[in-house]
Design a protein around this ligand. Structure first.
Ligand SMILES: CO[C@H](O)c1c[n+]2c([nH]1)[C@H](O)[C@@H](O)[C@H](O)[C@H]2CO
Length: 438
């Protein structure tokens, strides 16, 4: 049985959330609409028509939520700032919105919890989307101004920052598959959005170096273990390619100042334009990578698919999201990231959606305890293999708005009864409290 004391001294154990998924209060104290407000209110876009209008009402209940984190024993908390809450039109400052984050940061520090702030977790101000959003190259300068302002506001107390959460999702789910806001379905647009996201990241890092001299800044990416879904040699080659399209596409530019050649070739062969400007800015050195790991993805060679591959379901046990439970993939990817980029790593998300049922006031989520324990074992294995992992954040503190899945998927270690906003510790929260004392 793994113990907290097995981990290096100073290793951070935290939990993670995102503004639009938990805050609610979407029109309170001057907050402006985001693309997710518009998207979730568009019929057919989210499960059951669910929206983030109320979510977990964290905007009003943040003190209670911080107390839960303290009682469980976390020493870190990763959350995101709602850009449209602090700048309703993407530019003009809304002091009441800023004050919420000042209160939240102070509450965390008073409870000895280290704040990790994500500047962008998908809730772009709608006003900027109306100017082209991530398709408009000017977005990088809007983002730089927003980042600079937040650094000056909170950088005296917050020393760990993440520019973007998963630019792959923002670009490819938002502009190619259309599953996420703003819901476009155009691969060329996805490539343009991806490049502007990376440019915005680079500008924010440059601003950070000017504003927060004693801080650390990084980028959090989707980290998928990509494996061949059958034994054909072409599928092994395909897995290597998809790894470049998903993982390397957002890691390589930030460290090497270029896209992975094999992936550029795939796009160019299909007549798509791959942007290559501003790599100098994009590769402004960062201090760490945030790793969001959940599962592996299996791909097979499929010439009928526009990009030459298709996904296949694996046969391992799956979570409520249909994602295979594959802790080995976390070890593999931590070693892969260390070998390729040689940067410190924080696991900024790891967790599972479970069939959580509230029965007689309890949620016996033993499956989540096993999931967390197995993944922590792999983190420890990676550390012992020489990977510089500095923290682990569970997704998520509490059940929340799971994007297009609405409230149908529960990732929390704390159950939320949305009809009463009551927070109820799941068995996994009690297990974590013991683990964090061990
Ligand atoms: C393959 O999963 C992705 O890396 C991923 C999973 N998740 C995420 N990214 C997002 O960062 C969170 O907002 C989601 O709530 C969370 C759970 O779906």
């Amino acid at each position: 049985m793994i113990k907290r004391s097995d981990f290096p001294k100073g290793f951070l154990f935290g939990t993670a959330t995102a503004a639009y998924q938990i805050e609610g209060a979407v029109a309170e104290d001057g907050r402006g609409p985001s693309i997710w407000d518009a998207f979730s209110h568009t019929p057919g876009k989210t499960f059951n028509g669910d929206t983030g209008d109320v979510a977990c009402d964290h905007y009003h209940r943040y003190k209670e939520d911080v107390q839960i984190m303290r009682e469980i024993g976390f020493n870190a908390y990763r959350f995101s700032i709602s850009w449209p809450r602090v700048m309703p039109d993407g530019k003009k400052i809304n002091q009441k919105g800023v004050d919420f984050y000042n209160r939240l940061v102070d509450e965390l520090l008073e409870n000895d919890i280290t704040p990790f702030i994500t500047l962008y977790h998908w809730d772009l101000p709608l006003a900027l989307d109306e100017k082209g959003g991530w398709l408009n190259p000017d977005i990088a300068m809007y983002f730089r101004a927003y980042a600079t302002f937040m650094f000056t506001e909170l950088g005296d107390r917050v020393k760990h920052w993440i520019t973007l959460n998963e630019p792959w999702c923002s670009a490819f789910l938002g502009y190619f598959t259309g599953e996420h806001a703003p819901g476009h379905k155009n691969l060329q647009e996805a490539l343009i959005a991806a490049h502007n996201l990376l440019r915005a990241h680079g500008h924010a890092v440059q601003a950070f170096r000017e504003e927060v001299k004693d801080g650390k800044v990084g980028l959090t990416n989707v980290v998928m273990k990509v494996e061949p879904g059958d034994a054909r040699p072409e599928s092994f080659l395909t897995a290597g390619l998809v790894d470049k399209l998903v993982n390397a596409w957002f890691h390589d530019p930030v460290v090497f100042g270029r896209y992975p050649e094999e992936a550029v070739k795939v796009y160019r062969e299909r007549g798509l334009r791959v942007l290559e400007d501003d790599f100098e800015i994009i590769s402004t050195p960062i201090d760490f990578f945030g790793v969001n790991y959940y599962t592996r993805t299996l791909v097979v060679y499929d010439p009928t698919n526009p990009l030459g591959f298709s996904y296949v379901p694996g046969d391992l046990p799956k979570t409520e999201m249909g994602w295979e439970i594959y802790p080995q993939g976390l070890f593999d990817m931590l070693v892969y990231l260390k070998e390729r980029y040689r940067l410190p790593l924080y696991i900024t998300e790891n967790g599972m959606a479970g069939p959580d049922k509230l029965i007689n006031g309890k949620v016996e989520d033993d499956y989540r305890i096993e999931y967390i324990e197995k993944h922590l074992e792999k983190v420890l294995e990676a550390i012992n293999a020489g990977v510089d992992v500095r923290g682990y954040f569970i997704w998520s503190l509490m059940d929340n708005f799971e994007w297009a899945h609405g409230y149908s998927k529960r990732f929390g270690i704390v159950y939320v009864d949305y009809s009463t906003q009551k927070r109820i510790w799941k068995k996994s929260a009690h297990w974590l409290k013991e683990f964090l004392k061990s």
